[in-house]
Write a protein of this length. Structure first.
Length: 154
């Protein structure tokens, strides 16, 4: 039996440069039982600005979960993951690497950088939606997440 969905909306940060994968993720999350607010940035530089509440993200909420692609322009997902996990304020936010890569070195490097899990994006909407549903079920119905924190200075 699944646990009931939380009543408060969940803030999720999607760091993804592919418009197609962004659309698939939006659709998969829309099909879910959870009330969520999806925030999207297209590269690692914007992700770090969002997380640090730098302009133009000064009013950004602190996400309770980050879905992170690895292969992006400007600052790739590995660099973002390293920066998040090195930051005392941000490192408690669970980071799920959600990428097309299934390369063993990407999996190993992600876990060495303290990713909370690594998921290779399935091909096709139904498989992708199933993967997103399993992410939501585990991270929001099974796991106890740290409470959202206020606007702590960075």
């Amino acid at each position: 039996m699944n646990a009931p969905a939380p009543c408060k909306p969940i803030d999720i940060l999607l760091v993804e440069d592919s418009p197609t994968d962004t659309l698939l993720t939006k659709r998969a999350l829309a099909n879910a039982r959870l009330i969520n607010r999806l925030h999207i940035v297209e590269d690692g530089v914007k992700a770090m600005a969002f997380l640090r509440r730098e302009e133009p993200y000064a009013d950004a909420p602190r996400p309770q979960l980050i879905l992170l692609d690895l292969n992006m322009p400007r600052m790739d997902g590995r660099e973002v993951l390293a920066a998040i996990k090195a930051d005392e304020d941000l490192k408690v936010i669970p980071v799920i690497v959600l990428t097309t890569s299934s390369a063993e070195e990407d999996v190993l490097k992600s876990y060495k950088l303290h990713a909370n899990c690594f998921i290779t994006k399935p091909v096709g909407f139904d498989a992708f939606a199933g993967a997103v549903a399993s992410i939501e079920n585990f991270w929001f119905a099974v796991v106890t997440l740290p409470p959202p924190q206020g606007r702590n200075p960075v």
